[in-house]
Design a protein around this ligand. Structure first.
Ligand code: SF4
Ligand code: SF4
Length: 128
């Protein structure tokens, strides 16, 4: 990595969420933050570190209480599925582009979204 590059802590399933984001979210502040994160992750020179627990997206979420997701057990299951299907591990560092490309090839194009987060409240949007 060069000095001009940045690295974000991202929990694995958020690699899918950012690819389906169309402006919906929990509140205005979260949507604004998510919009910035999606733009940042689409820029070249952006890296991600796969993070266990709350990440740089959760930091603006109203459901992140004292640094822990209110629905941690459920989203941790989403994360585990993404790691398993994407052949990835917590702590992996890769470019944001490689990360999202890998999830497209191993999950989206294989029609495996339902196995990851079929019971998410936003699934009716993301799985259209
Ligand atoms: S719902 Fe949970 S995992 Fe999703 S952004 Fe909010 S705190 Fe993070
Ligand atoms: S269904 Fe939920 S967890 Fe899955 S990509 Fe959409 S917002 Fe993210």
């Amino acid at each position: 990595m060069s000095n001009s590059e940045v690295i974000w802590n991202i929990r694995p399933h958020h690699g899918l969420c950012v690819q389906h984001f169309h402006g919906e979210g929990y509140d205005e502040a979260f949507v604004a933050h998510m919009t910035e994160m999606v733009a940042a992750l689409n820029r070249s020179g952006t890296w991600v570190r796969l993070t266990e627990g709350a990440d740089d997206i959760c930091s603006a979420c109203p459901h992140c209480v004292d640094g822990v997701c209110e629905d941690e057990a459920k989203v941790k299951r989403f994360d585990s599925q993404v790691l398993a299907l994407g052949l990835l591990h917590y702590g992996d560092v890769l470019t944001a582009r490689d990360f999202t490309r890998r999830l497209r090839h191993t999950i989206l194009y294989q029609n495996r979204m339902g196995e990851v987060c079929g019971d998410c409240q936003w699934a009716w949007i993301c799985q259209q």
